[in-house]
Design a binder for this molecule. Structure first.
Ligand code: APR
Ligand code: ZN
Ligand code: ZN
Length: 376
């Protein structure tokens, strides 16, 4: 491409400080260095985690930053020694990378590549050099990818090549919510045919978890949200009963214990609310239930867990990026979508031009959208 080797000037949504609207600015993106890939972003979803970061509750987040981690695009150019992708390839950037070499990548037990740049990880060190600049200032990159920009740079282990036939304005959601929720059910909870499941929270992540339970053959899928407008889509994706906690006098886990005559086999929390994480644990069937925590909370929050809940045999697990080894799994999930085995279109409630990004955040924060997709 004619831009290869040159600095690209393009538009990006810059977060100069927390709790303020994003600002569409002209930024400069350097050519990719060794093992780096420069991507032209075509579409990006807006996820709860983008909004949570902007809340400013995590002191590890450094500003100015470009958010966005649920995108899809086309490789513009590659640096030296990049072999995984080439210019023109359709790709999804990976916030959970897969370097293929670290101890965790080599282990079949986990998908947590040690190269990830998640601020809540124990080993997190904010990156010091970014190849993105605005008004002379270096811009930080969310999770090493930053998809709220017309162009971005990622490491070559943080990108998955996907099918040329993939519509990028749809499959971008596989970059976060679909993989996260779907995998939480299939890989982390390991939902079994005939089992009973409860999904807490019906945003993009929770609905994908509902879809995973259905794919796994669960016979009962309880879908829980205070926003009843989510119930129709939850049923479309496989929920057998929808519950609004506000309609009951008793806590929702007690309702679930009654409805299931003793508890669910699997409960997945997809909200980021510590009380509901506890509810998920307490809704589990004694002796063999599994609670999976997917939602992210502000730093410092804790779950007030009675030890007996664990003694009585509940397994508590966490799930990041649905437990998928990302570079291996994302192209397969895209193929499943292209073969009509995975639903994605249903998750998109709004599509809008990139420069309307603050409206997308408002819709998310007011509970009016399921997923907004920004088109570049
Ligand atoms: N009880 C039940 N449902 C609730 C409650 C509550 N107290 N509070 C919020 N919800 C529902 C919202 O109505 C919404 O439908 O939880 C859902 C959350 O959806 P989104 O905000 O769209 O979040 P999503 O992008 O799906 O992410 C969910 O996973 O990856 C993490 O950081 C992410 O913690 C977040 C979680
Ligand atoms: Zn996300
Ligand atoms: Zn790795």
């Amino acid at each position: 491409m004619e831009t290869a080797g040159k600095v690209i000037k393009c538009k990006a949504a810059v977060a100069w400080e927390p709790q303020k609207p994003l600002s569409i600015e002209e930024i400069e993106v350097d050519p990719p260095g060794p093992h780096e890939v420069r991507i032209q972003i075509v579409a990006s979803g807006v996820c709860r985690s983008d909004s949570s970061i902007l809340s400013g509750k995590d002191p590890k987040i450094q500003y100015p930053i470009i958010l966005g981690h649920e995108g899809a695009g086309i490789v513009e150019s590659i640096g030296d020694r990049v072999t995984s992708v080439k210019p023109g390839d359709k790709v999804i950037p990976l916030w959970m990378p897969q370097c293929g070499k670290c101890e965790e990548c080599l282990s079949p037990e986990t998908n947590h590549c040690t190269k990830d740049l998640l601020p809540f990880k124990k080993n997190y060190i904010p990156e010091t050099v970014s190849k993105l600049r605005c008004k002379g200032k270096q811009l930080h990159q969310m999770a090493g990818i930053s998809t709220f920009s017309q162009y971005t740079i990622v490491d070559d282990y943080a990108v998955a090549k996907i099918s040329d036939a993939a519509p990028l304005n749809k499959v971008c959601l596989i970059g976060c919510c679909i993989a996260t929720g779907y995998g939480a059910s299939l890989n982390t909870a390991k939902v079994k045919p005939g089992s009973t499941c409860a999904i807490f929270g019906l945003g993009g992540v929770g609905l994908a978890a509902v879809m995973g339970c259905k794919t796994a053959g669960a016979s009962q899928i309880f879908a829980i949200d205070i926003e009843e407008s989510k119930f129709d889509i939850a049923k479309e994706l496989g929920a057998t009963k929808c519950l609004n906690p506000l309609s009951f006098q008793k806590p929702i886990h007690e309702v679930l214990l009654e409805l299931t005559d003793g508890g669910v086999d699997c409960a997945i929390e997809c909200i980021g609310n510590v009380e509901l994480m506890l509810s998920a644990v307490q809704a589990c069937r004694e002796g063999r239930g599994t609670a999976v925590i997917v939602g992210l909370t502000a730093p410092g929050q804790t779950i007030a867990l009675p030890p007996t809940a664990v003694v009585l045999g509940c397994t508590i697990k966490g799930s990041l990026f649905g437990g998928w080894k990302s570079a291996d799994a994302v192209p397969k999930l895209v193929s499943e979508y292209l073969n009509n085995k995975l639903k994605v279109d249903e998750f998109i409630s709004h599509s809008m031009p990139f420069d309307k990004i603050n409206e997308a955040f408002e819709l998310l924060n007011n509970g009016q959208s399921l997923r907004s997709v920004l088109l570049f």
